[in-house]
Design a protein around this ligand. Structure first.
Ligand code: UFG
Length: 324
């Protein structure tokens, strides 16, 4: 089997690329390196380019004859999407249409799509299952919801089959520290906890301590990137075998607050994390936890790496040995 992985030089995409190759799948990574890193593509063919470039897509699709496209490439900074929505609608929606049209034109039937917990908006109940209403509260979440709608309509009109995965908080890094999380600027909590512990920043800012959670800080569901990669592989095989389309929420069915995360990190590493309590960050729901029942039942998804201690240990190892 051969797959095109857009955004395969990014955080989740690069782990997925490595995982697919370990399962014997041939991969071609297409990434313009706007957020990704060429060093993160440790296996498979790498092509530097834009997933919205029609001519490049035609050339690649003719040349490689892909069985499926795994579409990660997107802008994913929630706050930036509020400030600069045009970037997000152009990149995540307009370019996705170009990609989808190329997929249809070249007879590729299967698509795996990176969606997000951000499509749900403010949760009405927890854990959030696949039937939860989707009412995004920021442009990023809206672009991912539109992506899901595009897939639904292309399925009806052109017969493509897709699997949409709504990630909760992707975390952790490869066990051998060969690849890992590297955003610039970094706004995710675990790398920021580590930077504060390393003295690279003065202290961690905890955004809000007055939320209706166990200790007042926000609660999130952290899921290991290698487990996300496993879901992508199993999801693709599932839609191929059953000739169907499905959406899945991917999380651990368990949440940790920011303060709990800080204390767990201190326990794992023996390092102190200096922190201060800051104002709430705009648009942060108090709690986000996924129901992962559907993925476990249908895909036989296994969460082998999502224990929080393991996630924090991997992140600590990676941050100390970062290659890029
Ligand atoms: N946080 C802090 N201090 C920081 C950074 C984050 O207290 O310096 C808190 C946030 O307020 C939040 C939690 O840590 O409560 C996690 O924040 P992240 O920025 O790491 O992750 P988010 O939950 O905001 O975002 C994730 C994904 C997004 C996705 C979103 C869905 O990264 O892509 O979940 O709501 F859109």
């Amino acid at each position: 089997m051969k797959v095109l992985i857009t955004g395969g030089a990014g955080y989740i995409g690069s782990h997925c690329n490595r995982y697919f190759v370990s399962k014997g799948v041939e991969t071609v990574v297409l990434d313009d390196l706007s957020d990704g890193h060429e060093e993160a593509v440790v296996v498979g063919r790498f092509v530097k380019g834009d997933f919205g470039d029609k001519d490049l897509l035609a050339q690649l699709m003719k040349e490689e004859k892909f069985d499926a496209v795994i579409h990660f490439a997107a802008f994913a900074d929630v706050a930036d999407s509020v400030a600069r929505p045009s970037r997000y609608y152009n990149n995540n929606v307009t370019k996705m249409l170009t990609l989808m049209d190329a997929i249809v034109e070249h007879g590729i039937k299967y698509v795996v799509f990176s969606s997000s917990a951000a499509t749900f908006g403010e949760p009405q109940y927890i854990p959030i299952d696949e039937n939860h209403p989707q009412n995004p509260i920021n442009p990023y979440g809206m672009t991912k919801l539109i992506g899901e709608k595009i897939l639904q309509d292309y399925e009806k009109a052109y017969g493509i089959r897709y699997c949409a995965f709504r990630y909760f908080n992707a975390a952790g890094d490869s066990r051998d520290s060969l690849i890992g999380e590297a955003h610039n600027p970094e706004h995710h909590i675990i790398p920021l906890i580590i930077r504060a512990a390393q003295g690279k920043t003065k202290q961690l800012k905890i955004f809000g301590i007055d939320y209706p959670t166990r200790d007042g800080s926000c609660l999130r569901d952290y899921v290991h990137v290698d487990d996300l990669a496993d879901a992508h592989y199993k999801g693709l095989l599932y839609i191929m075998k059953h000739n169907c389309s499905e959406d899945f929420n991917l999380g651990s069915d368990n949440g940790f607050t920011v303060l709990e995360l800080v204390h767990k990190f201190e326990e794992v590493t023996g390092k102190k994390v200096p922190y201060e309590i800051a104002e709430r960050r705009q648009g942060d729901p108090a709690s986000l936890v996924a129901s992962n029942k559907k993925a476990i039942e249908l895909l036989k998804w296994e969460l082998k790496n999502s224990d929080i201690m393991r996630i924090l240990q991997d992140a600590w190892n990676w941050e100390q040995n970062k290659r890029y």
